[in-house]
Design a protein around this ligand. Structure first.
Ligand code: ADP
Ligand code: MG
Length: 659
């Protein structure tokens, strides 16, 4: 967002010369600056902890509070707008009764002039009000979107696996849109129309209380009945529309995300039929709402016409009795029309209001969600890590009562390279996530350098501990920005050094745009292996004290892998490292290896010890050698391992555990 005024006037106040502004214009520029309100730079500050303000339930009142002044001004503009708009029939009445009937030309001229003034005044205030309230609405939305994003950033990982991505997206799109409609039009229209209603009813009673009473007693009951019918029916229809839309969006996002699998299994036809059904249900729900609206509008018109009839019949009698002027009857009919417009508007805006209210309820729930991995109120900075890691009787369950990891005791020295091997689903990634504090253990304690992870600040922990997952995620930006992700201020040399370390420097030099090559859209199509190498380079730039590679080399072909094996030596130097390895070639480079099975540590020791133990690891290793794996000289020998055995190792391991 551009905040020219603030920045510029800051310069002026600092006594700096107005660079580039001609002498003769400076006084003018200064005047402009003085007149310009100070906009502070929008503060976007991220904190892992929710502030006291964040913890207060999200309500419209609280959300609007910072804009109290602007809202008061908007209300004033609305009041002027309503009066100037609704003064017409009153002027008409005066012109007819005191001008035309009394034959006084000056009254006609004056009321005509006043009418012109009112029209112009209405035009100006309305234009100003629309611009002002629209800007106010947009500012509110801006705050909401930023707050929503920060809230999402703060949530722990379990939030994203539990909450379906379609629902998160629908918060960001349809719920924000519902509030947008409410902020930019709905609320203002409701205030405007309510103002008109109050003004018009006031005028009716002021002109002729008897007729006003007869009229309102006659038309208000059917109006209330009809509006109530419409509201309850459209309430139900609206809830249906909302649910069907959420289903539709969830199906859409799932299909887009899984497009490759859909194509691979030729499910397009089936999925198209399923999606058509969902769109159809959404259509039906919408049509139901439309049907009610179709009856409501004409019904209100009918009541309006009946009301006019009453005014004309009763008004004619009153005129005959001399209790009312002709002009008054005319004004009454006109005001009666003005009475129906706001009622119809209000009932229609009710849907907007309702959608907005539903969105606010959902936002309130969402904003009340505390991250499950929370920073303690008295969390302290970790300081420079040594890199010692300790797990003490650690247990964890994603679903309460179904532990996937239990009773894990582990102690890693600072600088140790440690490997976790074991069958798929054994709990290796879970242990890694517990060490990085993506989850808190349900039992026991995880410590780094003797500090319980729950006691330290997330910033100080995450800046020194990096996890490279199996599926490397690249952002839609340049290769440089992807690699320098943890340290955006890194120089090109640092980034290139990381590329050299993992052996993608030649790939980058081949690209015409080099490090500036975008990773998505018109960018290079990177293979899975190249993406993993970029992810490794990203970890290299981060220079963490503790590095966790969760099968981060599993997509590499053997040629590339041998390159990375060499790079790993450099990457792991001076760091505590946890390698979750699919391939024994990677596991063998560790100082110690733990075989994880069924959520616990089944075997623990160095490669040689585990081979001597003649247990699971030994069997795994034997199978692997049988299939052509080459034994590497340990420690520090040349990069080992070529052959099918590497890929088969895990497959065999799974076979063993089943037995
Ligand atoms: N987000 C999750 N929610 C629920 N269960 C999970 C989740 N992630 C993993 N699991 C379950 O926990 C167990 C261990 O998984 P994981 O640690 O990923 O194993 P590994 O990395 O050894 O293959 C598996 O049974 C898996 O299905
Ligand atoms: Mg895993």
């Amino acid at each position: 967002m551009w905040r020219g005024g603030g920045a510029f006037s800051g310069q002026g106040q600092g006594g700096l010369p107005f660079a580039g502004i001609p002498e003769e214009l400076r006084a003018h520029a200064q005047r402009l600056l003085d007149a310009e309100p100070e906009h502070p730079e929008p503060v976007v500050d991220f904190d892992h902890r929710m502030s006291v303000e964040d913890r207060r339930p999200f309500t419209l009142r609280r959300f609007f509070a910072p804009h109290k002044g602007a809202i008061a001004l908007a209300l004033l503009l609305v009041a002027i707008e309503v009066v100037t708009e609704q003064i017409g029939p009153l002027l008409l009445q005066i012109a007819i009764d005191h001008g035309v009937v009394a034959g006084d030309g000056s009254v006609i001229a004056t009321t005509a002039a006043l009418f012109v003034l009112a029209v112009i005044g209405n035009y100006v205030t309305r234009a100003g009000r629309i611009a002002f309230t629209a800007r106010l609405g947009q500012r509110l939305l801006y705050r909401l979107r930023v707050r929503l994003f920060i809230h999402y950033q703060r949530q722990s990982l379990d939030f994203y696996t539990e909450e379906r991505s379609g629902r998160i997206l629908s918060r960001m799109t349809s719920d924000v849109e519902a509030l947008q409609a409410l902020f930019t039009e709905g609320l203002v229209q409701m205030v405007v129309q309510a103002g008109v209603l109050v003004f018009v009813v006031g005028m009716l009673f002021w002109m002729n209380p008897t007729l006003a009473l007869i009229l309102l007693v006659g038309i208000i009951p059917p109006m209330v009945l009809l509006s109530n019918w419409f509201r309850t029916r459209s309430d139900v229809a609206f809830l249906k529309v909302r649910d069907r839309l959420a289903d539709l969006l969830a199906d859409l996002s799932e299909n887009l995300a899984g497009m490759r699998i859909v194509k691979a299994h030729n499910r397009q036809r089936h999925n198209a039929v399923r999606h058509r059904d969902k769109v159809g249900e959404h259509l039906d729900a919408n049509l139901e709402g439309v049907r009610y609206a179709a009856w409501f509008g004409p019904g209100m018109d009918g009541i309006g016409i009946a009301g006019q009839l009453v005014v004309l019949v009763v008004g004619a009698r009153f005129v005959a009795d001399g209790r009312m002027g002709i002009g008054e009857v005319g004004a009454f009919v006109l005001y009666l029309n003005s009475l129906f417009v706001p009622v119809q508007h209000l009932v229609q805006q009710y849907t907007t209001y309702q959608k907005g209210r539903a969105a606010i309820v959902r936002f309130r729930e969402l904003f009340a969600t505390e991250p499950t991995v929370a920073e303690a109120d008295d969390a302290y900075d970790l300081g420079d890590l040594g890199g010692e890691i300790e797990l003490e009787r650690v247990g964890f369950a994603y679903t309460p009562g179904q532990p996937v990891v239990s009773g894990v005791d582990l102690r890693l020295d600072a600088g140790e390279v440690f490997a976790l091997v074991g069958p798929t689903g054994a709990g290796k990634s879970t242990i890694a996530k517990l060490i990085a504090r993506f989850h808190d253990p349900t039992q026991g304690t995880v410590r780094v350098d003797g500090h319980d992870l729950r006691d330290v600040t997330l910033d100080s922990l995450r800046s020194q501990m990096v996890v490279v997952p199996q599926e490397p995620f690249l952002f839609a930006t340049s290769i440089r920005d992807n690699i320098a992700f943890a340290r955006p201020e890194s120089s090109d040399e640092d980034v290139m050094a990381a590329c050299r370390a993992v052996g993608i420097d030649d790939l980058i030099e081949r690209l015409p745009q080099g490090l500036d090559t975008p990773c998505h859209e018109r960018g290079v199509a990177l293979s899975a292996g190249e993406r993993q190498l970029i992810a490794l380079a990203r970890a290299f730039v981060a220079q963490p004290k503790v590095l966790i590679l969760d099968e981060a080399t599993s997509n590499l072909d053997l040629g590339t892998e041998s390159k990375v094996e060499a790079a790993l030596d450099r990457l792991l130097e001076g760091r505590t490292a946890i390698l979750i390895a699919h391939r024994l070639s990677t596991a063998m480079r560790a100082d110690r290896i733990a075989v994880v099975d069924e959520g616990g540590i089944a075997e623990l020791g160095s490669h040689d010890e585990l081979v001597d133990l003649d247990g699971r690891y030994a069997r795994l290793f034997a199978t692997w050698v049988e299939h052509g794996g080459h034994v590497r000289q340990r420690p520090g020998g040349p990069a080992p391992l070529h052959g099918a055995g590497a890929q088969n190792a895990m497959f065999c391991a799974r076979g063993h555990t089943r037995r």
